[in-house]
Design a protein around this ligand. Structure first.
Ligand SMILES: NC(=O)C1=CN([C@@H]2O[C@H](COP(=O)(O)OP(=O)(O)OC[C@H]3O[C@@H](n4cnc5c(N)ncnc54)[C@H](OP(=O)(O)O)[C@@H]3O)[C@@H](O)[C@H]2O)C=CC1
Ligand SMILES: O=C(O)[C@@H]1CCC=N1
Length: 263
């Protein structure tokens, strides 16, 4: 399988699948006509496929037949029922799951020990080429399929293999994290609006600040504590804000959020 020509299928075409397809089409040079998808509601699917030049089909088996690499992107509790009728068509194809909590042993049992599968957790920023895909280290893709998968997705996501027992924790940070980060972004803007800044300006400033702070850490590897210290002038305004965040329990709230996703 060649990453330049591989056909990609999505079984389920909701928020996560569309983010991946958009990232591939708009940031990784994957032509829309290489993408096929199915979903529960065909009219809605037609509209979302049209936006990318992708092909809508009615069943998971049709997706499998039309594709070399198939992304399973329905809700975890639906995977068994949706994949069962497509089992034959999936045989010998590369199956990449994004369903939370479904690991190697689950797919080995569902698809058979000869099947080629990989369990992952991506995140929605992949739509703009800034995603993460945490992958279970143990998988049964061939070397060629793994290479194709990484060549396709590494232009739009950091691909991070982790042990199976840590995939849910990685998911809390990378998969759920965009929701937590968006809450921080919104809260920061609320504070600014409360003090008179127009809403749109507040979102623009907060979003660019968050992107820039993350870029600074990624580029220089600076410890987050040192990044904070570099902003806090003695007796200045930032340390007063830091103290207010600590008084409100920011650190404990975030750690509890990670714990909550794992329960
Ligand atoms: N959202 C996220 O940020 C992340 C999600 N995930 C995982 O991605 C998966 C999808 O989540 P998400 O995209 O958020 O959920 P959505 O509800 O947005 O998407 C689910 C998709 O499944 C489709 N579907 C439902 N029933 C069937 C069926 N019988 N046959 C084919 N397709 C069907 C739905 O169709 P229709 O649209 O017509 O209703 C929809 O397109 C989950 O397993 C989740 O754990 C993983 C990491 C991050
Ligand atoms: O909320 C969820 O279950 C999925 C998994 C990671 C992000 N969204």
């Amino acid at each position: 399988m060649d990453a330049k020509t591989a056909r990609i299928g999505f079984i389920g075409f909701g928020n996560m699948a569309q983010a991946m397809a958009k990232g591939l089409a708009e940031h990784a040079n994957v032509a829309g006509d290489r993408i096929t998808a199915c979903a529960a509601h065909y009219d809605k699917l037609q509209a979302s496929c049209a936006a990318l030049g992708a092909t809508p089909v009615h069943t998971a088996a049709e997706v499998a037949e039309a594709s070399d690499l198939i992304i399973v992107a329905v809700k975890p509790h639906m995977v068994v029922d949706v994949l069962a009728p497509a089992r034959e068509a999936l045989a010998g194809k590369a199956v990449v799951s994004v369903a939370a909590g479904l690991l190697f042993d689950f797919y080995d049992e569902l698809l058979g020990q000869e099947s080629h599968h990989l369990s992952t957790i991506p995140n929605t920023p992949i739509a703009v080429g800034c995603g993460v895909i945490a992958c279970e280290q143990k998988h049964s893709l061939t070397c060629d399929e793994w290479d194709t998968f990484t060549q396709l997705f590494s232009p739009i996501a950091l691909i991070e293999p982790v042990a199976g027992n840590l995939l849910s924790t990685a998911s809390a940070v990378a998969g759920c994290g965009p929701a937590f980060a968006a809450m921080f972004l919104e809260s920061l803007a609320d504070g600014a609006v409360k003090n008179g800044l127009p809403r749109a300006t507040a979102y623009r400033l907060a979003a660019q600040m968050m992107a820039g702070t993350a870029q600074l850490h990624l580029a220089e590897g600076t410890h987050p504590g040192a990044m904070k210290d570099a902003v806090c002038s003695p007796g200045g305004t930032t340390i007063k804000g830091v103290a207010a965040l600590e008084a409100a329990g920011l650190r404990n709230a975030v750690i509890s959020a990670v714990d909550a996703t794992l329960q």
